[in-house]
Ligand binder design. Structure first.
Ligand code: ZN
Length: 219
């Protein structure tokens, strides 16, 4: 088999990371994506986060499902998306190492903003709905969180609500505007059901992406 054909086949089989030159003719556009967004899907592996009160659904699995929908929606809107994880596993064997790796990814140079995806849980089962947290005192983070909660409530047909100040690792560590989205309450029967519904997940994800773009495109 000719060497050029072998190279071409390698590209198809193993991706282009090691074989950039032979793959260049297949690149559709020379323009880099307009924005760079880091997406963090909370928990994973040994750390499943919250669990659904009625169904036992794992927060870590829902974070991945909703997060991937957000990633695709952002990619469709000219964003390069870096994920902290792409599968069900944690980033390391211990919570401490997992958070260290997550933090390093969240601090990657050149990002425009970061978004962490989580699901909530509370003792009072009547409490429901999405919430967006920004790092208390961070003006840009507050603006981003405001755009995201506005777009989510709009996409889901909910009453408007304000973004919330907080102090979380994933909003404190990055030097760029950061938001932690709590998509809904796994302790509330309606939220728990909705958050497992693919149509609802898509609306929610589109809302999150819409809010991020609205923030990034602000003058
Ligand atoms: Zn969580």
């Amino acid at each position: 088999m000719k060497r050029s054909l072998l190279l071409l086949l390698s590209c198809f089989l193993f991706g282009c990371t090691e074989m950039k030159a032979p793959c260049t003719p297949f690149t559709l556009s020379a323009e880099p994506p307009k924005y760079f967004v880091i997406l963090d899907y909370g928990h994973g592996g040994f750390d499943c986060g919250a669990t659904g009160t009625d169904t036992g659904v794992l927060e870590s699995d829902l974070n991945l499902l909703v997060g991937e929908r957000v990633a695709r929606a952002l990619e469709d809107r000219d964003c390069f998306v870096l994920r902290t994880r792409t599968g069900p596993d944690a980033l390391a064997d211990t919570k401490r190492d997992d958070m260290a790796r997550r933090g390093a990814i969240l601090c990657t140079d050149g990002a425009d903003c970061t978004v962490s995806i989580h699901m909530n849980k509370y003792d009072n089962r009547r409490i429901k709905g999405p919430m967006c947290y920004y790092q208390a005192g961070a003006k840009d983070g507050q603006a981003l969180a405001g755009c995201v909660i506005d777009a989510i409530t709009n996409a889901l047909g909910l009453d408007p609500r304000l973004a919330n100040p907080g102090n979380n690792f994933v909003t404190r560590i990055p030097s760029v505007p950061s938001v932690l989205v709590e998509c809904g309450f796994l302790s509330n029967p309606e939220d728990e059901r909705n958050l497992q519904d693919p149509d609802y997940q898509q609306k929610l994800a589109d809302g999150i992406a819409e809010g991020v773009i609205a923030y990034l495109e602000k003058p």
